[in-house]
Design a protein around this ligand. Structure first.
Ligand code: GDP
Ligand code: MG
Length: 397
């Protein structure tokens, strides 16, 4: 197993000690950007371990049926003219956001592939398992001034599992979401429909429904500092013509944003939106984000590709910009904090990490419902393994 509890980067915060030697792990973690401005920490080039799909009924499939293919409009003369409001609300099938899926789909993938994980025996026991989206929120925390978060953590067979809990404020906001915001969400998915085909070399078909139950998720392995990571993230599409056709470097993230006209609008876009785009795509190693800029009437008339590795250049010389080192050092510090705090191995025990802008991350401890998130089917199957380990094929017998 890898040593835990040491960390690179934000060495100013806590003493680097193995977890089992910290008799009193710190009870809170500061998030101020100034504390995390060390050198960029080690981040292993993400590799894809596998993938799965969720269908129109949100059913899991261990294949790539939901993967779509990048198919931008021809670049002959005039630009695109995508009506993002077309089909709203009649051809919109939004996912039921009351269903709390937790890590379930990712855990199903993990259960079905646990015997074939690379990294050697015991790799999983030293790893952190979570959604990419949860890591994105950690990366942007030192710069976030609006939305807090809560992450539930449980240790089971050594592995640390992190699953987001919707905050009361986020739930209230979601339930009171104004119709215009609901339409904006639709428009983001509609843009994907204009830009993607169902088959490589095919053409987009914007006549169909927009069903946000459908998702293709890539499962990735990486490591931040000394924290081995296994996480899954939804991927918008793959580029059949990508220079490097191997996942995740063939993947493309699609985004929409308001058309900008003044230097001030661009500056604000670089400071706020590009940080979120960078964090989300950097984590899984998605090299390009293709943006569609929409008019106030909801038409995309221009596209722009933002290479993930060049996004920081737009704020490098901006006093009020963001810094990738700060994002990654804070994330590493949080993961060390979580590893040192969640000492007991018990799938029914939950440490709830809570953060609100302007405050440090705090912790509370819970048992069973409503916070426990590792499903019985997962815990039982994994526990069976300990009694009769899955047979790995060997050349002799
Ligand atoms: P993202 O980076 O925030 O898009 O999230 P991930 O790629 O980590 O996705 C994790 C899982 O959450 C996938 O099954 C997504 O389909 C799902 N998901 C992504 N965004 C949302 C959301 O806004 N609401 C809900 N309920 N699920 C989401
Ligand atoms: Mg997208």
């Amino acid at each position: 197993m890898e040593p835990r509890g040491t960390k690179r980067g934000a060495g100013k915060i806590e003493v680097a000690e193995p977890r089992n030697k910290l008799s009193h792990p710190p009870s809170s973690l500061p998030t101020d950007a100034v504390l995390y401005s060390g050198p960029f920490p080690f981040y292993r080039r993400p590799s894809q371990l596998g993938y799965f799909s969720l269908d129109a009924e949100r059913q899991y499939h261990g294949d790539a049926r939901a993967l779509r293919y990048y198919s931008p409009p021809p670049t002959n003369g005039q630009g695109p003219n995508f009506d993002l409001r077309d089909g709203y609300p009649n051809r919109y099938q939004p996912r039921d956001e009351e269903v709390r899926e937790g890590l379930d789909h990712l855990l199903r993938w993990l259960l079905e592939h646990r015997g074939q994980l690379e990294g050697g025996p015991g790799w999983l026991a030293g790893a952190i398992v979570t959604w990419r989206g949860h890591l994105t929120k950690l990366l942007t925390t030192p710069y976030e001034q609006q939305d807090g978060w809560q992450l539930a953590a449980s240790r089971f067979q050594g592995t640390l599992y992190l699953s987001e809990v919707e905050t009361l404020a986020a739930r209230a906001q979601r339930l009171a979401r104004p119709p215009l915001l609901r339409e904006l969400t639709y428009m983001g998915y509609k843009f994907e429909q204009y830009m993607c085909a169902d088959k490589p070399g095919g053409s987009p078909d914007p006549s169909g429904e927009v069903n946000t139950n459908v998702a293709f998720c890539s499962v990735l392995r990486s490591r931040l500092g000394n924290h081995p990571l296994l996480f899954a993230g939804e991927v918008d599409c793959t580029d059949p013509q990508a220079a490097s056709p191997q996942p995740p470097t063939c993947y493309v993230e699609l985004k929409t944003s308001k058309e900008m006209h003044s230097p001030g609008q661009w500056r604000s876009f670089y400071r706020h939106k590009l940080l979120k785009w960078w964090a989300q795509s950097f984590l899984p190693g998605v090299p390009n984000v293709v943006a569609g800029f929409r008019t106030p009437e909801g038409f995309v008339c221009s596209l722009k590709t933002f290479p993930t590795m060049q996004m920081f250049e737009h704020v490098r010389n901006d006093r009020d910009g963001w810094n990738p080192s700060v994002c990654m050092n804070f994330c590493a510090a949080f993961l060390s904090f979580a590893q040192n705090t969640v000492v007991q191995d018990d799938p029914r025990l939950v440490h709830l990490f809570s953060w609100e802008p302007g405050s440090p991350v705090t912790v509370s401890v819970h048992r069973d419902a409503p916070h426990a998130f590792l499903p019985t089917w997962y815990v039982e199957a994994m526990t069976q393994d300990l009694l009769s380990p899955p047979k790995t094929p060997s050349p002799k017998n």
